[in-house]
Design a binder for this molecule. Sequence first.
Ligand code: ADP
Length: 172
Amino acid sequence: MIKIIQGDITTLAVDAIVNAANQVMLGGGGVDGAIHRAAGRELYEACLKVPEVRPGVRCPTGEARITPGFRLPAKFVIHTVGPVYRDGLHGEPEKLAACYRNSLALAAENGCKSIAFPCISTGIYGYPKEEAAKIAVREVREFLAAKNAEEMEVIFCCFSARDVASYEKLLS
Ligand code: ADP
């Protein structure tokens, strides 16, 4: 089941919220900063323990990592790193799609029945909102259509009314 809501993802009592993180995974601006502030210092400590795959990189672009949610109402935070948008010709669509796929797979592996996504890459990372929403909806639909995934509730948590409108259009 897919739902669209407008609001602050840090307030959602779901099994997992997805963080639009960066590769270092130690916090940042936008939704990342909001999640770290709401989850508390323990989230930072947990992220610090995620092994680096190379210096300064705990989560490469397109991949996902999971931590507890600590002081958040959500049980888990799934950290994924969206692509920085250049012109769409540098693998950005594939990387963004991988964020959704890998986050959903990690949620399923951890027994999550509900997951909320922010509009990954569409803030500081500059991904055009409509194009990003198309990829998000396509990947979530494909995932839910696969066996064993029907009972997962996927929420698109939009910060702006404009994002809500573009998701509603795609889902109608
Ligand atoms: P990125 O670096 O991946 O672009 P940003 O955090 O800058 O990540 O933006 C991603 C999206 O998250 C944007 O659409 C932004 O409006 C939205 N956003 C920012 N804060 C929150 C929040 N507290 N809850 C949900 N969405 C948020």
